[in-house]
Structures are given as C-alpha cells and as structure tokens.
Design a protein around this ligand. Structure first.
Ligand code: URA
Length: 186
C-alpha cells in the first residue's frame, strides 16, 4: 500500500494492469489539493488529458471550470481524478475489466485524501461508485452516504456540451454542492 499520493502516482505511472497501458501517452493520475474536502471523479482521460497527464483540461474540463467558478468553488481547493487513469482508444466507454483493474488506484487515492464529499461526474462514475443501476437523468443531485463519504453525481460536462439544455440542472446541482460544503465550514 502506498504511503502517500506521490508514491501512488509512481505506481500508477508504471501500471500495466490492463491493455490501456500499451496505448496511453501519459497516465492521468489526478490533480488538486491533497487535503481536499471535495473530490470529483470522472470517467477516463480524453485526448488532451492523455497528452498532458492532467484530468479535465479539454473542452469538458473547461466547462467544469466554468461551473466551479459560477458557484464559487476554487479548482485549487478540490481534487479531481477519474475511474480510469489511462485513455480508452477513441474515448470509448471503459470496459468492466479495465475498471476492475484500475479501481484499486482510485480507492487508494480516496483513502489518502479522505475527502468529505465525493462527486461523480457522469453516469459511468456514478454506476461504479454509487449504484450499478444508477440513472443519472433521474438521480443526479441526490445525496447518499457510502462508507463514511457523502456522495452525489452530476451530469458529465461532456454531456452538457452535447445537450446544453441540461446546463440549468447542472447549475442547480452545483449550487447545492456549494451549500453542502458551506455547511461543513460552519
Ligand atoms: N472526461 C473525463 O471523464 N475525464 C477527464 O479527465 C476528461 C474528460
């Protein structure tokens, strides 16, 4: 077991636990405040993330940044990671075997960061972390307690790029998230 995030990152960077190790440019470990109270978990790196090694820096990431800014959450205060640390070819959905091979890295990350709130970005993360039957259109913004963590899911920013009508609901969920964070501060 890794003693700290730096050690865990090195383990991930040399991981050959699934086929994606062969096609990745960079392992996208995660980024942000190592003592964050709030952690976002997305699906898997896309093209820009694979090239830079940083999660959510492409178009979807820029939209996420806008929502964070809109509700007054600083990106520097949160931690952002993905279910998969390596990009699936052509951004296809992660395979169950890839998730199984990679999920241990995320669990270790959560153990080391110990956030109070974990927010799944999109259906894939919600199905893996909250409920295999999770229905994002119905359940987004609902809060659940899992293993001592307060959890919710919001639309994946890429889904908002495809369907901008969902942005209003996203803003409402993000405002609720900010209110939850503020509750912990007071
Ligand atoms: N989509 C994700 O789910 N994660 C990223 O890091 C980028 C896009």
């Amino acid at each position: 077991m890794a003693q700290n995030l730096e050690e865990l990152k090195k383990i991930c960077e040399s991981c050959e636990g699934c086929e994606l190790a062969k096609t990745r440019t960079k392992c996208v470990f995660g980024v942000g405040n190592e003592k964050a109270r709030l952690m976002f978990v997305g699906e898997a790196p896309g093209e820009q993330e694979d090239l830079t090694g940083t999660p959510f820096v492409g178009r979807a990431g820029q939209l996420l940044d806008k929502f964070l800014f809109a509700v007054g959450i600083e990106r520097e205060d949160v931690y952002i990671a993905n279910i998969l640390k390596c990009r699936p070819p052509k951004n296809r959905d992660p395979l169950p075997a890839e998730e199984d091979a990679c999920i241990g890295h995320l669990r270790e990350q959560v153990r080391l960061i110990r956030p109070r709130i974990i927010v799944c970005l999109g259906r894939i993360a919600a199905m893996r972390l909250i409920d295999p039957e999770y229905k994002i259109t119905k359940q987004h913004g609902e809060w659940v307690e899992r293993g001592g963590y307060l959890m919710t899911a919001v639309y994946h920013p890429a889904a908002l790029l495809r369907d901008p009508r969902k942005k209003e609901e996203m803003l409402a969920d993000m405002k609720k998230l900010k209110a939850k964070l503020d509750e912990y501060d007071n």
